[in-house]
Write a protein that binds this ligand. Structure first.
Ligand code: KG4
Ligand code: ZN
Length: 360
C-alpha cells in the first residue's frame, strides 16, 4: 500500500510518499521562511500564494524521488485542516483533483493527527500511547487510543509553547523563527542560572499549561537591563535570559507531563510510551528533560527525527495510510477547515477505528 501526502497548512509546501512497510519513499519540504522573515511571522496571503506557485513542482518531485507515477499510488492524502485556510484549500483541492483524475481514493487528513501518528511511522509505537504535541499553534497532552480516537488530557490556556518561543525571540532581538534562535542563544549562555523566572502552573493538579505570564516575566527582566542606543540587549544578558526562559519552559512541560503520565498509567496500567511531536520537539533541552522524566516514571520515550517533528508531508501520507487501511476515505465534497480539534474527528472514524489491542 502506497500513499501520496500533501501538506500546505502553514508555511511549508510539502509532498511525500510512504508505504505500509513504514518506508518514506520521498519527503520533499519547501520552507517559505525567507518569504516571511521580513515580517517576523507567517503572512497568510503570502503563504497561500507561495503554495499555489510551488505545490505542482513539489508533488512532481516527490513522485520522481519515489520513482512512481500516480498509477503506482493507492490513495492521495492531503491536510484538510486545521491551519491557514488559504493554504489548506490549495493543498486539499490539489489532492482531490489528483485523486479524481487518477481514480484514486482521497483521504482528508487532520494536520494534528499527522503529528500524532508520526511515531507509528518512525518507531512503530503501539496504541494506546501518551502524546505531547508542542508546536507553533498547539500545545496539548493527548491519550492516543487508536486512529481517530484522541482524549485530550490538558492543553494551554493561552499561548502555544512555540508561540512563546517565537514571541520571546522577538523580545530578545533574536531572529525568526524564534525556537531555534532561542535554543542557539541559550547554548551560548555563560550564567544560565542568573535570572529566576516563574514556572506557571507547576505543582498544580491536571495537565494544563500557561505561557503568557512567563513571556511577561521575560519582558520585565529585559526592561531592567541596560540596552544599547538601538535598544538591543547586551548579547551576554540576552543569552542568559534565553537560557532562563528555555529552562522555565522545560520545567513547566516536565511538571505537566508528569501528571499526564500518572493519569495515563491510572487509565491503562503500567508501561506504554510517551511520544513528543511538533516543531518544539526539536529542542534538545526539552527532549533531554522528557527523556529523564520518562525514565523516572517508567514509560518508554519516543521522539521522531527532527525533520519529521516539524511540518512535513510524510506524516500526512502516513496518517492517510493508517486511515486507508481502516477504510476511512473521504468524499471530494470534504470541506477544508481552519479549525478542527482532534476531539472532533468524525464519529464514523470512532466506530470504524480498531485499536491495536483489539476491540476495546
Ligand atoms: O510543528 P511546526 O513546524 O509548525 C506548526 O504546526 O506550528 O512548529 C513550529 C514551531 C515554531 O514556533 C518554532 O519556533 C518552534 O516550533 N521550534 C522550536 C525549535 N524548532 C522549532 N522551538 C524550540 N526549540 C527549537 N529548536
Ligand atoms: Zn504542525
Amino acid at each position: 500500500m502506497i500513499v501520496l501526502g500533501i501538506e500546505t497548512s502553514c508555511d511549508e509546501t510539502a509532498a511525500a510518499v510512504v508505504d505500509d512497510q513504514r518506508r518514506v519513499l520521498a519527503n520533499v519540504v519547501l520552507s517559505q521562511l525567507d518569504d516571511h522573515r521580513p515580517y517576523g511571522g507567517v503572512v497568510p496571503e503570502i503563504a497561500a500564494r507561495a503554495h499555489l506557485v510551488h505545490l505542482d513542482g513539489i508533488v512532481s518531485e516527490a513522485l520522481r524521488q519515489a520513482d512512481l507515477s500516480l498509477d503506482g499510488v493507492d490513495a492521495v492524502a492531503a491536510t484538510a485542516g486545521p491551519g491557514l485556510i488559504g493554504g489548506v484549500m490549495i493543498g486539499a483541492t490539489m489532492g482531490k483533483a489528483m485523486a479524481l483524475g487518477a481514480g484514486l481514493p482521497f483521504v482528508a487528513v487532520n494536520h494534528l493527527e499527522g503529528h500524532a501518528l508520526t511515531a507509528r511511522l518512525t518507531d512503530d509505537v503501539a496504541f494506546p500511547y501518551l502524546l505531547l504535541l508542542v508546536s507553533g499553534g498547539h500545545c496539548q497532552l493527548l491519550s492516543v487510543r487508536s486512529v481517530g480516537h484522541y482524549e485530550r488530557l490538558g492543553g494551554t490556556v493561552d499561548d502555544a509553547v512555540g508561540e512563546a518561543f517565537d514571541k520571546t525571540a522577538k523580545l530578545l532581538g533574536l531572529g525568526y523563527p524564534g525556537g531555534p534562535a532561542v535554543e542557539a542563544a541559550a547554548r551560548m549562555a555563560v550564567d544560565p542560572g542568573r535570572f529566576s523566572l516563574p514556572r506557571p502552573m507547576a505543582g498544580r493538579e491536571g495537565c494544563d499549561f500557561s505561557f503568557a505570564g512567563l513571556k511577561t516575566a521575560v519582558r520585565q527582566a529585559a526592561d531592567k537591563l541596560p540596552a544599547g542606543p538601538d535598544g538591543a540587549l547586551d548579547p551576554a544578558d540576552r543569552d542568559d535570559l534565553a537560557a532562563a526562559f528555555q529552562q522555565a519552559v522545560a520545567d513547566v512541560i516536565v511538571d505537566r507531563t508528569r501528571n499526564a503520565i500518572r493519569l495515563f498509567h491510572a487509565q491503562n496500567g503500567a508501561g506504554g510510551t510517551l511520544v513528543v511531536a511538533g516543531g518544539v520537539a526539536a529542542n534538545a533541552t526539552l527532549r533531554g528533560a522528557l527523556q529523564s522524566l520518562s525514565a523516572d516514571e517508567a514509560i518508554a520515550f519516543a521522539a521522531p527525527p527532527i525533520g519529521l517533528c516539524t511540518d512535513n508531508a510524510a506524516m500526512i501520507a502516513w496518517a492517510g495510510l493508517e486511515r486507508l487501511r481502516l477504510g476511512l476515505t473521504d468524499g471530494l465534497d470534504f470541506k477544508p477547515r481552519p479549525r478542527w480539534p482532534l476531539s472532533e474527528l468524525s464519529t464514523a472514524t470512532l466506530s470504524a477505528a480498531v485499536s491495536d489491542r483489539g476491540a476495546e
